[in-house]
Design a protein around this ligand. Structure first.
Ligand code: SF4
Length: 424
């Protein structure tokens, strides 16, 4: 389908590097295992073509943030990685004022050379996938790094990395005990990263871990124990000075992510690379059976194909899947992402974009008891719909209840994306 892009003044970029050395047992992201260096090089070249193509179509927007994730970007050898990041900078027309440039790394592939190549290109934030320091649990998760490798990576970062650091930590791993989690948090305290993403393990259908559980080879922790471990870890982070600014994200003051809130506030971003997803403003064309009127500017979700199809096409070819987001989908996504944050959803934004006034919000809070009971009253008085601490722990259940109520909500007209937020 031809896409008519609408130029934007600024935008964020996500780059998906879909290669891993092996498969973690719980992972359901899109990635390929066993790719050789020439295949990786071809994919990186294609990503650069795609970056230049988007920069031209969107008329050279200022790039606010970049996030290079995967997969495992750190498995690219340092010289090639350095060349790729420099070329990406050039293709995107990156100015010095990019707010944040993050790259993901796994501990076993962090080296002095990797850190130097990333820093030289302008990357200023490192996201390290630790999950746990316990060897037995790391094996159960299928992670390649053991505790020694994680320690070595943290040492290299402490001595050779000037930028910011965020780490992923996991709770609810089968076999995890309170003592093991205490040990993880103590080791984390020594490393003192500015930012921590704390996830409770989700067992996704079709992953090796879910099959092992189904066959009785691995016993999952009871749900209440999983919840307890996560809440324990949250409380320990809070008492160590971290702020809980999103359901799974904690930061020391001033260390909050700049890139992730772009998703949470439903702002535009480009997705580059095989399997990448982005949301950009487009002018609609007639689509049979679509609820979206032709000629309007709407957010469109663009999804890239897998590696084989991605390499077979060219940047300009429309092999991407295009989905125009209708107003109801947008509204639900706005709540789904916004309610996960401490900031919540602002009444101003609901009024400006969706035409929802204070009466409609009141109706919503009355009709959706799960939301009404857990809404933070102080925030509400200040014009924000945000959940209290208990509500944020139970956000998924609240969203299920909210989805049913939103179906009955009268929208006064099509969504109007206000000027100045990147959609015009
Ligand atoms: S390294 Fe990351 S992307 Fe790769 S399999 Fe493990 S969790 Fe998934």
């Amino acid at each position: 389908m031809p896409i008519t892009f609408v130029p934007v003044p600024d935008i964020s970029v996500y780059v998906h590097v879909p290669f891993c050395r092996s498969r973690c047992s719980y992972c359901d992201f899109y990635f390929e295992v066993g790719a050789g260096s020439s295949l990786i090089a071809r994919a990186l070249d294609r990503i650069l073509d795609e970056a230049a193509w988007f920069a031209e179509r969107l008329e050279g927007p200022r790039i606010r943030t970049i996030y290079v994730g995967g997969g495992t970007p750190s498995l690219i050898p340092a010289p090639e990685l350095g060349r790729f990041l420099e070329a990406l900078r050039h293709a995107l027309g990156l100015s010095a004022s990019v707010h944040e440039w993050t790259i993901e790394a796994n501990p076993e592939s962090v080296s002095d050379e990797f850190l130097a190549a990333a820093a030289a290109a302008g990357v200023d934030r490192l996201s390290l996938g630790i999950q746990t320091f316990q060897n037995e649990l790391l094996r159960r998760l299928g992670r390649r790094a053991n505790a020694d490798a994680i320690g070595t990576a943290l040492e290299a970062i402490a001595t050779g990395w000037q930028g910011r650091l965020t780490v992923d930590l996991m709770t609810g791993i089968p076999g995890q005990t309170r003592q093991a989690l205490d040990d993880d948090l103590a080791r984390l305290r020594n490393a003192r990263p500015g930012h921590v993403s704390l996830y409770s393990l989700t067992v996704e259908q079709g992953t090796p871990l879910s099959l092992a559980i189904d066959r009785g080879r691995v016993a999952p922790l009871p749900q209440d124990e999983q919840d307890r471990l996560w809440v324990d870890a949250r409380d320990r982070l809070l008492s160590s000075g971290y702020r809980w600014y999103e359901v799974s994200n904690f930061a020391l003051p001033g260390e909050e992510s700049v890139h992730n809130p772009v998703y949470w506030r439903s702002e535009p971003y480009v997705g580059l690379g095989p399997g990448a997803v982005g949301t950009v403003p487009v002018r609609t064309v007639p689509v049979h059976g679509s609820a979206v009127n032709a000629g309007r500017v709407v957010p469109a979700r663009l999804t890239n194909p897998d590696l084989a199809a991605y390499l077979a096409g060219s940047a300009s070819e429309t092999t991407r899947e295009v989905e125009y987001l209708d107003d109801r989908t947008l509204l639900f996504e706005h709540f789904m992402l916004g309610l996960r944050t401490a900031q919540g959803v602002t009444m101003d934004r609901l009024a400006a974009v969706f035409g929802l006034d204070a009466c409609a919000v009141e109706w919503l809070l009355r009709r959706c008891g799960a939301l009404g009971e857990r809404v933070d009253r102080e925030a509400l008085e200040m014009g924000r719909i945000a959940l209290d601490d208990e509500g944020r722990v139970r956000v998924n259940g609240i969203l299920v209840a909210l989805a049913e109520v939103l179906d009955d909500l009268e929208l006064s007209g099509p969504a109007r994306w206000p000027a100045g937020d990147g959609w015009h």
